[in-house]
Design a protein around this ligand. Structure first.
Ligand code: PEP
Ligand code: MG
Length: 589
């Protein structure tokens, strides 16, 4: 792309992309390169053997430190007993049988350490997994977990963070969920990507962190290099290289105004989320990890409407076992109590890929082996997660929901596995909430159309608009080339949203929205008018949505629905919502 110059002052260059998360950031660029997941194999010379062994030692030290860090975190959160599982991992890191063999094989075969380590470890994993003794079989899982960590460290894929201690603006071609999951969150000032759309994971994560993001900045990496000073404007979708003093001063002024509005919204924290005529609408937060818990409280969300669990899997780079998952969910449930937490089971697949498990490459990943489809086949992995969630439900109000339900069969199959887990836990005398509520995400048109059937067998619906929109209009949610077609106010989407909430209420259950649309205050009148009971959004968006809800009344919103139901274009519906939003809460727009 040619840098857009009309706005640029002397010496600066302005690039235009798609705004993905509002706000401004000024700082240095950190270029993130997505890593190729296949480990390399290459010969080494006799002189290189000592340095190859040194690389192994360094990776082992790093692995040991990472395990100790996770152990300490879990121990602080819920106690040393639950963190003891990591002692087994530490033993594997230092296991002399494995290490001696790796050292010997490097010298004998003269191949790089990644190849040798994974080969030796794999042999041990196979051996242990064939033992009859369940204790020894469990060790195979430990070796597998540790191997993944060691391999990531060998390949320089430990936790990715801007290189020095200063927070930076991350610039990348694209950021997969596995990339963002590995960033240290307090080192990120903002995200800028060449590809991607407003519902890609980096965008969702930035909104949840309350930091700016701009996506779809085509070819920007040809002009911007690591360490360059840039200004990121997530509100307008701009990236400004070498911003001038005047530009910086202008942004400081805008930042002050933004701060004033934000601090006005802070006062809403303890107020009720109800319309002018008194209809309560539950506002909850979408989160990914225990670190997000304080932000839920700070922004006045009443609970967690969507805990995306796949990030626990991607963050550590290893498959978490039952104890680690239990500790993770429990920390969140206890942190959010007495408010509720809705834990979504694993939604792997689509763009959320994880090395070693799940689909690796598919022609149509969003239509492929994803989420509940994957879990219903990988029952051992699914059971581990369900058991961990059930056990966490003993510590506070937690419910569970399944992603990507396309029809009643999947729901029943998942519930059958859940019953097996409950029975096992009863026998093992583990406590859990017998009455845990089960919900279905409605994010596939077939589920929306069958909502009356599904509603009879769940306690709630949560609408995943990110996927519902992509599947209804057949618009890839990640592809910036078709981003303009991605329309939450498409008449077809509106019809489905109406069908879903009516089916829920008819069956006496509640319905919420947890896709990104729930955080867009232009759409709040639509959700209020349709009668949704809950909106779950990035914690930082909660105060704005609360202000919007408090400024609306049901009758006006219901009339809006009646009016726009006859409109034939997305734009017409959008503009009508916008004009209502502008008249009710101009300060938010
Ligand atoms: C959705 O699809 O709207 C949703 C909330 O889930 P995800 O974005 O994780 O697919
Ligand atoms: Mg989804």
């Amino acid at each position: 792309m040619n840098p857009d110059t009309p706005l640029a002052l002397a010496g600066e260059r302005v690039f235009k992309g798609i705004p993905a998360s509002p706000g401004f950031a000024h700082g240095r660029v950190f270029i993130h390169h997505s890593v190729d997941e296949a480990p390399p194999v290459y010969p080494i010379s006799a002189e290189e053997i000592p340095s190859e062994i040194q690389r192994l030692e360094a990776a082992l030290i790093e692995t040991r430190n990472q395990i100790l860090e996770v152990q300490e975190r879990i121990s602080n959160a819920i106690g040393a007993k639950d963190a003891a599982i990591f002692d087994a991992h530490l033993l594997v890191v230092d296991d002399t049988t494995i290490l001696d063999e790796v050292r010997r094989a490097i010298s004998a075969d003269k191949l790089n350490v990644e190849e040798i380590y994974s080969r030796v470890a794999h042999r041990f994993i196979v051996q242990f997994s064939q033992f009859d003794d369940p204790y020894l079989r469990e060790r195979a899982v430990d070796i597998q977990d540790v191997t993944r960590r060691v391999m990531r460290n060998l390949l320089g894929r430990g936790r990715q963070t801007p290189t020095n201690k200063t927070p930076a603006i991350i610039l990348a071609v694209n950021l997969a969920p596995s990339d963002t999951a590995s960033f240290q969150r307090d080192k990120i000032l903002g995200f800028a990507t060449e590809e991607g759309s407003a519902t890609s994971h980096a965008a969702i994560m930035s909104r949840s962190l309350g930091i700016p993001a701009v996506v779809g900045l085509r070819d920007v990496l040809r002009f911007i290099h690591a360490g360059d000073q840039v200004l990121l404007d997530g509100t307008e979708g701009l990236l400004i290289l070498a911003p001038s003093a005047e530009t910086l001063a202008e942004y400081e002024r805008r930042e002050k105004i933004r701060d004033q509005i934000e601090s006005g919204l802070e006062a809403l924290r303890d107020t009720e989320s109800a319309t002018l005529d008194g209809r309560k609408i539950q506002l909850s937060a979408n989160i990914e990890c225990p670190e997000d818990v304080p932000s839920v409280k700070e922004h006045g969300a009443r609970g967690v409407g969507l805990l995306r669990t796949e990030f626990l899997f991607m963050r550590e780079g290893v498959l978490p076992g039952e104890e680690e998952q239990y500790a993770f969910y429990r920390e969140i449930v206890e942190g959010i109590a007495p408010d509720p937490v809705i834990i979504r089971t694993l939604d792997i697949g689509g763009d959320k890929l994880f090395r070693g498990i799940g689909p690796q490459r598919e022609d149509n990943p969003f239509l492929g082996w994803r989420a509940i489809r994957f879990c219903l086949e990988e029952t051992a992995l699914f059971k581990t997660q369900l058991r961990a969630i059930l056990r966490a439900s003993a510590h506070g109000p937690a419910s569970l929901m399944y992603p990507m339900i396309s029809g009643i069969e999947e729901l029943r199959a998942a519930n059958a596995i859940l019953e097996v887990c409950k029975e096992e836990l009863r026998e093992e005398k583990h406590s859990f909430n017998e009455g845990i509520e089960i919900g279905a995400m409605i994010e596939i048109p077939s589920a929306a159309l069958c909502a009356p059937l599904i509603a009879r067998e769940v306690r709630f619906f949560s609408v995943g608009t990110n996927d519902l929109i992509q599947y209804t209009i057949a618009v890839d949610r990640l592809n910036e080339r078709v981003a303009a077609l991605y329309a939450p106010t498409h008449p077809a989407v509106l019809r489905l949203l109406r069908l879903i909430v009516e089916a829920a209420h008819e069956a006496g259950i509640w319905a919420g929205v947890c896709g990104e649309a729930a955080g867009d205050v232009i759409l709040t009148p639509l959700f209020v008018g349709l009668g949704y009971d809950e909106l779950s959004t990035a914690p930082a968006s909660v105060p704005r949505v609360k202000r919007a809800v408090q400024s609306l009344d049901q009758e006006t919103c219901r009339n809006l629905i009646e009016e726009v139901s006859s409109f034939d274009t997305s734009d017409a519906i959008f503009n009508r919502c916008l004009s209502l939003a502008k008249s009710a809460y101009p300060e938010l727009l």
